[in-house]
Write a protein that binds this ligand. Structure first.
Ligand SMILES: C[S@@+](CC[C@H](N)C(=O)[O-])C[C@H]1O[C@@H](n2cnc3c(N)ncnc32)[C@H](O)[C@@H]1O
Ligand code: SF4
Length: 370
């Protein structure tokens, strides 16, 4: 599903595409770099602030491009260390971007490790039964400019909070493509966005600190393995047998474990780095001892890190997280096999942390106001 905004966002331009547009106007070759420096390094929020450009050029830019295609409509801080940004796009669609802060000893919150979780679609077509993002299906893909804009909005927020932000260009430590949507179903826009985020004329953010999470689109996993930039991969497994996985993830019908696991292995071998298996723990669905043992065998085979995520309840859905004791017993099966495992207590529970929930709630409130 393609969305064409009235004006393309500046955040979706590469140095090359912007240079081409400017060349058509007879501008010198260095102009594109200058403009992108105002956008990503000096972080100005208006065309008029680009003071080394002529007035006619600024007027042309304003007519031709949208400077920022995602407006902040709500910035919510949870009682713990998670911030959630609700952003509105040109067609009034809402998306979420999350800042997860991991406090470190001896430094303030401002200097804690920060992971940014970005969205790639409005809604999702994959229909995993437990997920709020997919509840209303797919509305549309995000453009590359809208994906990049989420990170720039995070920069704006962080710049206002801490002097570290500006000094470091992108003051976060990791990007996880784990927000709303299936990133690999919007492959081209995602790759363009990540190229911009990575480039020295963009946010200069290292590809190895970017993790793309997928529900398991096998051909796209293999394509991602061939990308020269070398992004990290996380796979949402959530079931260690086809029987369990296909009950909760329809994608498993097209790409069962016999297809998915060799693709993940191929990715891992190509990159020589550990991939991550994500496994949400849902009571009485996938939290049995048998599932833990099967997951252990898969993780050993793939030499993978395992991220166990206690399920975050979603309004209107029946699923529950298992007791802490059961979660620990499940994790112990993996730990006893010396698998690298994290049992992530979900952060930001009080701000509708489960992906897509803040958007759904705000959309409902808007409908009621109409
Ligand atoms: C929202 S998805 C986006 C990336 C991609 N579509 C995928 O499935 O990996 C990111 C992760 O959040 C997980 N997730 C979805 N709903 C959740 C919930 N209610 N509680 C905990 N994790 C959830 C997904 O299973 C997935 O591992
Ligand atoms: S878990 Fe990922 S793939 Fe599944 S519906 Fe949610 S966003 Fe889509």
């Amino acid at each position: 599903m393609k969305y064409t905004p009235i004006k393309p966002p500046l955040t979706g331009e590469t140095l090359e595409t912007l240079s081409d547009r400017l060349k058509e106007r007879g501008e010198p070759a260095f102009r594109a770099r200058q403009i992108l420096e105002w956008l990503y390094k000096k972080r100005v929020r208006s065309w008029d602030a680009m003071t080394n450009l002529s007035k006619p050029l600024r007027a042309w830019l304003a007519d031709t491009f949208e400077l920022m295609p995602a407006a902040l409509v709500l910035g919510r801080q949870s009682a713990d260390v998670t911030d959630k940004l609700l952003l509105e796009l040109g067609d009034k669609s809402l998306i979420e971007t999350v800042i997860i802060r991991a406090p470190q000893d001896g430094v303030g919150v401002d200097h804690s490790r920060k992971t940014i979780c970005v969205s790639t679609q409005v809604g999702c077509a994959m229909a995993c039964v437990f997920c709020a993002s997919g509840l209303a299906g797919l509305k549309r893909d995000l453009t590359a400019g809208e994906i990049v804009a989420q990170l720039l909005q995070v920069c704006y927020r962080e710049d206002a909070l801490t002097p570290r932000a500006h000094a470091e260009l992108a003051s976060f430590d990791n990007i996880v493509v784990m927000g709303m949507g299936e990133p690999l179903a919007n492959y081209d826009a995602l790759m363009r966005a990540l190229t911009i985020v990575n480039a020295d004329w963009g946010l200069g953010f290292g590809a190895r600190r970017i993790t793309v999470s997928t529900s398991g689109l096998v051909p796209k996993i293999l394509k991602l393995a061939d990308e020269p930039l070398g992004f990290r991969l996380a796979v949402s497994l959530h079931g260690a047998t086809d029987e369990v996985r296909e009950k909760i993830m329809p994608v498993n019908k097209a790409y069962p474990l016999a297809k998915l696991l060799p693709a993940v292995m191929a990715f891992s071998e190509k990159h020589g780095r550990m991939i991550t298996l994500e496994f949400i723990l849902i009571a009485d669905v996938n939290d049995s001892f048998d599932q833990a043992e099967k997951l252990r065998d898969i993780a050993l085979d793939l030499h993978a890190h395992v991220n166990l995520i206690p399920y975050n309840t979603v309004e209107g859905l029946p699923w529950k997280r298992p007791s802490n004791n059961r979660q620990e017993r499940f994790a112990d099966v993996l730990r006893n096999a010396r698998i690298s495992v994290t049992l992530r207590r979900e952060k930001g529970h009080d701000i509708d942390a489960a992906c897509g929930q803040l958007r759904l709630r705000t959309e409902k409130e808007r409908e009621q106001q109409l």
